[in-house]
Design a protein around this ligand. Structure first.
Ligand code: SAM
Length: 255
């Protein structure tokens, strides 16, 4: 049985796809997906020897060596162009995920869907998707074992740039269209990249818990910066105080 985080990722695989799971660790996701018919074949990519061995063992034990190919390599270098139609990258920072996509951009031709689960730095991932015309079709937030994870799904569709523009613009213009939702008035594009253009449409407890905890963290940093004598600390403190104020305003207005 998969963890609920990995299950959410598996649920977003296009039916019958061939996919690559980059940074696969124990290859839990590819093994589950192929075993349960969510994918016809998979590549499990790993850059480190320990997880690579764990992946090989897992695949062999499941008897799936024919359909799950475990490969050693950095990021997308383990796949050939056109080899897969979906890619999952989960459990790493958003900056690393976007640098993996950037370094392997030539491998994305023919890929229809990216399912990305950054542990932190979700804004890096959203910005990369926006800049490379991947249309964000789904954002999901899940809590598991006291941690909160976001899963961002993006598709290569005709007119993706315009669809993304519309998606972001709609959130920024919400005020006035619906009296109960003033969030568009206080959202900025930067805040949307952090919080998610789809996650901010209808917020639930997990989203609120995440952002209340983030605000507390930022307030702690702000307090320690305020006590510092370093030359840049005043500017940093002002930036933090603005961000905290903006986040609180957004949370107060979200539907
Ligand atoms: N994807 C699994 C999950 O979500 O449960 C495992 C996540 S694990 C925390 C991150 C894995 O990514 C590690 O096994 C690490 O070796 C691998 N990794 C980190 N950078 C990588 C890269 N550039 N290319 C391939 N794998 C990488």
């Amino acid at each position: 049985k998969l963890s609920s985080r990995l299950q959410h990722i598996a649920d977003r695989l296009p039916p019958g796809c061939r996919f690559a799971d980059i940074g696969s660790d124990h290859a839990l996701l590819p093994v589950w997906a192929v075993k349960h018919g969510a994918a016809v074949s998979a590549v499990a990519g790993e850059v480190n020897d320990g997880p690579l061995e764990a992946a090989r063992r897992q695949v062999a034990e499941a008897g799936l060596s024919q359909s799950v190919s475990v490969r050693k390599g950095d990021g997308l270098e383990v796949i050939a162009p056109g080899e897969v139609d979906a890619i999952t990258i989960a459990g790493m920072g958003g900056a690393l995920i976007s640098s993996i996509l950037e370094a392997g951009v030539d491998k994305l031709a023919g890929v229809k869907r990216l399912i990305l689960q950054p542990n932190v730095g979700e804004d890096f991932v959203r910005r990369w998707l926006l800049e490379h015309d991947w249309y964000v079709t789904d954002e999901t937030i899940v809590a598991e074992d006291g941690k909160i994870y976001e899963i961002i799904t993006a598709d290569a569709v005709p007119g993706a740039a315009g669809l993304n523009e519309e998606l972001y613009k709609q959130r920024l213009l919400q005020q006035g269209q619906d009296e109960s939702d003033k969030s568009g008035a206080v959202l900025t594009k930067e805040l949307l990249l952090m919080m998610g253009p789809r996650l901010t449409v209808q917020v639930g407890d997990v989203f609120l818990n995440k952002w209340n905890a983030e605000i507390s963290k930022l307030e702690n940093i702000q307090r320690s910066v305020a006590g510092s004598q370093l030359p840049a600390s005043q500017k940093k403190e002002q930036e933090l105080s603005l961000l905290i104020k903006q986040l609180k305003e957004v949370l107060a207005c979200l539907p």
